[in-house]
Design a protein around this ligand. Structure first.
Ligand code: SF4
Length: 647
């Protein structure tokens, strides 16, 4: 019996209706450890080159990691991988909650899904046994309603469900996968892929346990968590105010994207802050019980950073079933759109969770359209009469509803994401884009956090704020001794000046990219496990993986795992024809920021960026075109992947 993992991967062929079980050996688990690396292994081997992302040849993988389901914070995560309908390259998205642990308890480490079912189905897994069931009755139902219907049909309220929502049925390419009606594998269109296979949901229930090799060490590590939260201001803020705790610091430092990324400060930041949310709209806030009712968690996590918002009165009512807005959502529907209405932003969050769409893509696509409207590139003739101006909350919600329901030409256009919309609109609309590889930029600004610009460009699945550490962790005079001590374990010992993008800063970007890549492979929450500010650092991460699996894992071995995953993702992209030409930043980032505050006038420099990206390729050992070499793949013991590199 292996420790940590089950040793069983479920293969589902929806065309044939077949379900088979593979039992990989221990060496396979130790090399890939789960998540995105394991998923991309199957994508390369089982998906033909050039597959249509929304066709039956695409392969969708759902992979937990070797520690998922262990009783410690930040381990209940699952990675979805497939060819992305947004970029045509790799799709990759991580989500949390209780589904990932429940899948492990149900006897599987992951699922490989291919083909397309003739009729709508859902996959039901209970204690090692899997079956496909009729999902016709679920068509068009919101995620909350569909989840309740599945639980009622199967007669068990403890079932966990991961599903796409109705937005995917309505053709929105940035559709997400949703569990608990409020947790998302949000980015890169994984919900659209699942819908294209006529698979509505995966429902799981397990009564098994994850076997732990060294229970005593795991318990000792687990005990550190609750004690450390009050000693670490970043963790303390996250626990109390959720990810929204960073709205005000981002605003003060001039890095809160405002009015479609044209400014770095939002004059109404306080009104959409985590503090305001805690005091006013968290469930139970009126009675002072928000710590009990307004904060939610993932399996076994003591941080409880998830929000539960309930608004019973006023123009915008919000159902607590659909959670509450994260920082990114407050950013994209709030400051990006110039909207200060907390209730409207939380209603937008509810609509996204109910219909199953990525809040970053949806909010940023609407803010893109708002800028086009302000500039006269779009008019009321295009919007169906909607005055789509910055700050117009009613217009934002109306357009969002049209997107998720596909009920108008304009909604269907924006449902294709801002990059495709800009191409269709023309008239210089591309000047309003914030995308890299089709992914709208999250609410962390490369104009000030310079290494994020490198990562937004080179990351295999586009702009992402959770793929590397942010600059200020390696900033001379700013970062704490604890954070710098942890970064030393990755070989980072020379903190840099804030706006530098010299070679050492690029090395920081590369090494932390590799570390985060490992987190998306072992499947760990990046708010709990990380290279700097989190509850646990790199040394404890290695200790925890060792305690769960019984392997003697070091930080170096974890870095190898992270590098393996990054190289597999880039190899997939290279096979599909993506290379350095797609490693681009939007034009907007090279223009001076407007507005007020410490970053007003900041812009990126084309020449500095080109040099930094070349340096990143050198650190990674890739070609000048950003393609992994056979030598690098061999060093990482994945030489088999070289056959997928272009000649
Ligand atoms: S820190 Fe938040 S997102 Fe991460 S596992 Fe804990 S509750 Fe979930």
């Amino acid at each position: 019996m292996p420790h940590g993992y089950n040793g069983r991967i479920l293969h589902v062929d929806l065309t044939k209706g077949s379900l088979t079980i593979e039992e990989p050996n221990e060496a396979f688990y130790r090399k890939y450890m789960g998540g995105s690396a394991m998923g991309t292994y199957y994508l390369l081997k089982e998906m033909p080159k050039g597959a249509d992302p929304l066709g039956p040849e695409n392969v969708l993988t759902l992979m937990t990691g070797v520690t998922t389901g262990a009783a410690i914070s930040g381990q209940s995560r699952i990675n979805a991988n497939a060819k992305s309908p947004i970029s045509g390259g790799i799709g990759d998205s991580q989500g949390g909650g209780f589904f990932p642990a429940e899948l492990k308890f149900a006897g599987f480490d992951g699922i490989v899904i291919k083909g397309k079912s003739a009729k709508p189905v859902y996959l039901w897994i209970k204690d090692g046994v899997a079956a496909l069931r009729n999902a016709s009755a679920l068509a068009g139902k919101g995620t909350g309603e569909a989840e309740a219907a599945i639980k009622a049909e199967l007669g068990d309220d403890k079932i966990e469900v991961l599903q796409h929502g109705p937005a995917a049925e309505n053709g929105v390419i940035y559709s997400s996968l949703v569990s608990m009606a409020n947790r998302n594998n949000g980015r890169t269109g994984m919900g659209a892929v699942m819908a294209s296979k006529n698979l509505r949901a995966v429902a799981v229930r397990g009564t098994g346990k994850v076997s732990i090799a060294d229970q005593k060490s795991l318990v000792a590590l687990n005990r550190i968590g609750p004690k450390e939260i009050p000693n670490n201001p970043d963790m303390d803020g996250l626990a109390k105010y959720g990810t929204a705790s960073v709205v005000l610091p981002q605003h003060s430092s001039g890095t809160l994207p405002t009015r479609n990324y044209n400014e770095g400060q939002f004059e109404f930041a306080e009104e959409i802050s985590g503090e305001r949310m805690y005091e006013t709209v968290l469930r139970g806030a009126a009675e002072g019980r928000q710590d009990k009712e307004g904060r939610d968690t993932c399996y076994a996590c003591v941080v409880r950073c998830k929000r539960v918002v309930e608004i019973k009165d006023g123009a915008y009512k919000v159902d607590p079933k659909y959670g509450g807005a994260e920082y990114e959502t407050l950013g994209t529907f709030g400051s990006y759109c110039g909207i200060k209405d907390m209730a409207a932003v939380n209603l937008a969050n509810e609509i996204c969770n109910k219909y199953g769409v990525d809040t970053i893509a949806a909010g940023a696509t609407i803010s893109f359209a708002m800028e086009c409207f302000e500039k006269g590139i779009l008019t009321t003739a295009d919007t169906g009469g909607i005055e789509l101006k910055f700050g117009n909350a009613a217009a934002m919600l109306e357009v969002l509803n049209q997107i998720v329901t596909g009920s108008s030409d304009f909604g269907r256009l924006l449902g294709q994401g801002s990059e495709r919309a800009a191409a269709a609109i023309g008239k210089g609309a591309d000047e309003c884009l914030t995308t890299s590889k089709g992914a709208e930029a999250p609410a962390h600004m490369p104009q000030a956090k310079r290494t994020l610009g490198v990562i937004y460009a080179v990351n295999p699945f586009g702009a992402d704020h959770q793929s590397s550490e942010h600059d200020w962790m390696y900033e001379d005079g700013m970062a704490s001794d604890l954070y710098l001590g942890r970064l030393k374990l990755l070989g980072l010992t020379e903190p840099q000046e804030q706006l530098s993008l010299g070679k050492e800063k690029v090395r920081f970007a590369y090494l932390t990219h590799v570390f985060y890549s490992m987190l998306d492979t072992v499947e760990l929450c990046q708010f709990v496990w990380g290279p700097a500010w989190t509850l646990y650092g790199p040394a404890e991460t290695a200790e925890m993986v060792s305690a769960v699996t019984g392997w003697n894992v070091t930080v170096d071995e974890l870095m190898q795992v992270g590098a393996r995953r990054l190289n597999l993702l880039r190899t997939f992209n290279a096979r599909e024809g993506l290379d350095s030409k797609q490693d681009k930043l939007p034009k907007k980032f090279f223009k001076a920021l407007q507005g007020e505050g410490p970053t007003a006038g900041f812009a990126l420099d084309e020449g500095v960026y080109k040099t930094a990206i070349d340096q990143y390729y050198e650190f990674a050992g890739w070609t000048k075109n950003g393609i992994p070499t056979a030598d690098v793949l061999k060093k990482l013991e994945i030489e088999w992947a070289a056959e997928y590199l272009p000649a």
